[in-house]
Design a protein around this ligand. Structure first.
Ligand SMILES: [Zn+2]
Length: 57
């Protein structure tokens, strides 16, 4: 079971509370069958430094 995240084409950059950059984007969580199972917000800046985020959590 490997859900993947799919960014909306029109997703605008929202200010991220973590890093302060406007790189927070709305994304859809897509399941194996291609159906959208949820939505989330992913910061592309924080996502690149997920190790640091993991330590913080
Ligand atoms: Zn961020």
């Amino acid at each position: 079971m490997a859900n993947r995240i799919e960014f909306s084409e029109h997703s605008e950059g929202l200010p991220c509370k973590e890093c302060g950059f406007s790189t927070l984007r709305v994304a859809s969580i897509v399941g194996d069958d291609g159906s959208v199972v949820g939505r989330t917000v992913v910061c592309t800046s924080c996502h690149q430094s997920r190790h640091r985020a993991a330590e913080a959590a």
